[in-house]
Design a protein around this ligand. Structure first.
Ligand code: CA2
Length: 151
């Protein structure tokens, strides 16, 4: 799994492109998947792209990526970013670099979105670039992995 990255999307991200275009843009989750696969291809990384509305399923996938020694994880935990100690614990428990991605600039929104339980245990966090942030995060992850491989 050295060349596989997981891209995990949390609750309600399946609604992308159908509502709230001013906050999240018009791209659908399928568009995001295509964008991630294209970015992955540029770096010779296979993308395992998933979305769930269920916290436990996301945790299972984080653990799966750890057990399979994936090269890295990109995660947009959605609203669970701000509430889930369990997702934070799962991220902290695996030896795989995790990048946190948000489509919107969470720091320019309501104060409850300013706290991320994931950020302190993530390798890096990125917010506010729209769905292009996923591609930027894959570029960043590829650079991190490349640097680590070179030692
Ligand atoms: O900006 C982000 O990517 C968020 O993770 C999106 C979450 C939100 O709770 C976080 O604070 C920031 C919400 C995902 C729901 O996405 C929707 C998309 C279209 C329509 C409705 C919801």
């Amino acid at each position: 799994m050295a060349n596989t990255i997981y891209v995990l999307n949390g609750p309600n991200l399946n609604l992308l492109g159908t509502r709230e275009p001013r906050t999240y843009g018009r791209a659908t989750l399928q568009d995001v998947e295509k964008l991630c696969r294209a970015a992955g291809k540029r770096h010779k990384l296979t993308v395992e792209f998933r979305q769930s509305n269920h916290e436990g399923e996301l945790i299972d996938w984080i653990q799966e990526a750890g057990a399979r020694k994936a090269a890295g994880i990109l995660i947009n935990p959605g609203g669970l970013t701000h509430t889930s100690v369990s997702i934070r614990d799962a991220v902290a428990a695996i030896g795989v670099p995790v990048i946190e991605v948000h489509i919107s600039n969470v720091f320019a929104r309501e104060s409850f979105r300013h706290l991320s339980h994931v950020a302190p245990v993530a390798k890096a966090s990125l917010a506010g670039f729209g769905v292009q942030g996923y591609a930027l995060a894959i570029d960043g992850l590829a650079a991190l992995i490349g640097a680590r491989r070179k030692g």
